[in-house]
Write a protein that binds this ligand. Structure first.
Ligand code: FE
Ligand code: FE
Ligand code: ZN
Length: 276
């Protein structure tokens, strides 16, 4: 089955997002856990969550992907920013515990001049404090462009974090096609080699989700600018190879393209047509 969805606004709750996803031909979705640029969070609505779970089961929706706020930085040079990241992660995970099988995607963070090694150590340290043995949410580290002091611009950095986390059976990776392309991984002309490298460095069994985005800029641009599917430098043919690749096709794909809801609906229809 082609597991395809897009990023949805969480303002109306989980059941509303589930219905919206279904309405545009998606069978999964991504949403922010809270205000993406701050920390404001709505009260936990368990009635909405149980209604969503029932709707998801009866409509065949796949596990949802929750995205942590951008501002969360577990490897900040500032103590209070790191402490705040811990609070947010713990709270997000305790909320997601009500949605079994969900995934929680986070940007590893920016070390702010402390150096990559220190940053990796701090991220692993944070994960070691928030992961618990029986959790049902898988935490995903997103592949990043690697601008400035941003951690996660190459596969080895993600693997270094994973290795330092004791309960790393709860860790996985979300590969963002725009980000890896901007970071210099040639998913257009050499997808097999990129996946081979991922397998050797991290292990393909860690790969749990794909952020499916085209890119406004060329390979290795270092710029994080998502483009609509087929309108950018990755292009529809390379994207079709990605969604059909034997090592990727069973994963869930999430659009984070610059679209309103009708644009997402069109992209899902286009991609469904290209699915073999
Ligand atoms: Fe992201
Ligand atoms: Fe992404
Ligand atoms: Zn991005």
């Amino acid at each position: 089955m082609f597991k395809i969805g897009c990023h949805l606004s969480s303002s109306k709750g989980f059941l509303a997002m589930g219905k919206q996803a279904k309405g545009i031909g998606a069978n999964t979705f991504q949403c922010f856990t809270r205000n993406p640029r701050g920390s404001a969070v709505k009260a936990l609505d368990l009635d909405d969550i149980s209604a969503y779970i029932e709707f998801a089961e009866s409509n065949g929706l796949q596990p949802l992907l929750a995205h942590a706020p951008y501002t969360m930085n577990p490897c900040s040079a500032k103590d209070e920013t790191r402490e705040f990241a811990l609070i947010v992660m713990k709270d997000d995970l305790s909320r997601l515990a009500h949605i079994p099988g969900s995934m929680y995607n986070l940007h590893p963070g920016g070390h702010g001049g402390q150096g990559t090694e220190v940053g990796i150590e701090m991220i692993a340290n944070a994960l070691n404090q928030v992961l618990v043995p029986n959790q049902t949410t898988t935490v995903l580290l997103e592949t990043m462009v690697g601008r400035g002091s941003e951690i996660g611009g190459n596969f080895a950095e993600l693997q270094s974090i994973i290795e330092k986390v004791s309960l790393n059976e709860h860790l996985g990776v979300c590969l963002d096609t725009c980000h890896v392309h901007a970071a210099g991984y040639d998913i257009v002309d050499d997808l097999d080699a990129v996946l081979e490298e991922f397998d050797q460095v991290v292990g393909l069994s860690r790969l749990k989700a794909i952020h499916l985005n085209d890119s406004m800029n060329d390979l290795g641009s270092g710029k994080d600018r998502h483009e609509k599917i087929g309108k950018g430098h990755i292009g529809i043919e390379a994207i079709a190879r990605i969604i059909n690749h034997p090592q990727l096709r069973d994963l869930s794909f999430y659009l984070e393209t610059p679209n309103e809801i009708d644009g997402y609906q069109q992209e899902i229809a286009l991609l469904s047509k290209r699915r073999t």
